[in-house]
Design a binder for this molecule. Structure first.
Ligand code: XMP
Length: 317
């Protein structure tokens, strides 16, 4: 019978045997998989695991600082790399969703490779690949038709020419969570909603600017904190805020405004392949609308996305 405790013991032994006293480099994303994988490798080889956590400027509000801090508390040997300006610079003027994904994927590899080159004698690449990634490596929408190209911290190995350490390769998501719990990883990581590799870039429809990112981060933080406060966060599979590329007329005091709209998205799902829009309470939505419009400068309208997948997708791009 499979148990998390036995898995951890066996996996740590295997990593020790595979890696010996050589060095492993690994990119962390703040998500469940890379965090659990890193902690397993860390248990096996300690500070011979070199972790890289890249700030692409497209993470949630305060996410980079908070997550980097948590990694350090876990004792991981981690370097935070601020690459915001590089990403903003290359994304400037780009509106096409697939182009955005390609640019972000390419820059991520470049940044990671540059960090890897600065470290000497790295023999292995650690990755948080899980079984569903292995069986459908093309896209979450199925292996035959690519509706959206998929970029996350996977996709590194061929070019890097290193051995792979993938401790979660045969696990499903719920097993990864159980292993994580077994080795004491905080619920902040284990219970976290999925977040796409390209981050807020695909939740800002059209062109990305640092100002739009900041606006969306504020609105999104109100929404996500609100979900947690109302104890709704764990009841939905994923939630997020989308900044629409339209401005509309509003009124504030006796002034006319002409500002942006955000759409709130929350879905229930098992695996992200299909999803239903979450029937959040009207009172909650009303509060979110008020809070966002009152707190976030530049937004005067909030809408709720009531589309399911299919035919819609979870993300808007
Ligand atoms: P869609 O929008 O295709 O999303 O219904 C399904 C799930 O996949 C996530 N997603 C991505 N994750 N890189 C990722 O790492 C991507 O390019 C990407 N696109 C979508 C999305 O957040 C949802 O959980």
């Amino acid at each position: 019978d499979w148990t998390p405790a036995a898995f951890v013991q066996e996996t740590v032994d295997k990593i020790k045997a595979q890696v010996g006293d050589k060095k492993v480099i690994m990119a962390l994303s703040g998500g469940v998989d890379s965090t659990v994988a890193a902690e397993l490798i860390h248990k096996a080889i300690g500070s011979n695991l070199y972790c890289i956590f890249v700030d692409n400027g497209l993470l949630r509000k305060n996410e980079f600082e908070t997550v980097l801090d948590s990694y350090k508390h876990m004792g991981l040997n981690v370097k935070g790399v601020n690459a915001k300006d590089l990403f903003y610079g290359e994304l400037k003027g780009v509106s096409d969703p697939e182009k955005k994904r390609k640019i972000i994927g390419r820059l991520f590899i470049e940044v990671f490779q540059q960090e890897a080159n600065q470290l000497k004698d790295i023999s292995f690449l650690g990755q948080g690949t899980i079984y569903p990634d292995v069986i459908e490596s093309v896209s979450v929408n199925g292996p035959s038709v690519t509706i959206k190209s998929h970029h996350n911290v996977g996709g590194l190995p061929e070019k890097m020419n290193m051995g792979l350490v993938e401790p979660l390769r045969f696990l499903f998501k719920d097993e990864v969570r159980r292993v994580g719990r077994e080795i004491g990883i905080s619920d902040i990581f284990l219970g976290r909603h999925p977040f796409p590799g390209p981050g807020l870039a695909i939740r800002i429809l059209g062109e990305i600017t640092p100002e739009k990112v900041a606006m969306l981060q504020e609105a999104d933080a109100v929404y996500i904190d609100g979900l947690r406060e109302a104890e709704l966060y764990d009841k939905v599979w994923q939630a997020g805020t989308i900044l629409l590329p339209v401005q509309s007329v509003g009124v504030m005091g006796d002034e006319r405004t002409y500002e942006f709209t955000v759409a709130l998205r929350a879905v229930t799902s098992v695996d992200g392949m299909t999803a239903d829009w979450a029937h959040l309470p009207y009172e909650f939505l009303a509060k979110m609308s008020n809070d966002i419009i009152n707190k976030v400068k530049g937004i005067n309208r909030v809408v709720y996305d009531i589309s399911s997948k299919p035919p819609a997708t979870i993300e808007w791009e």
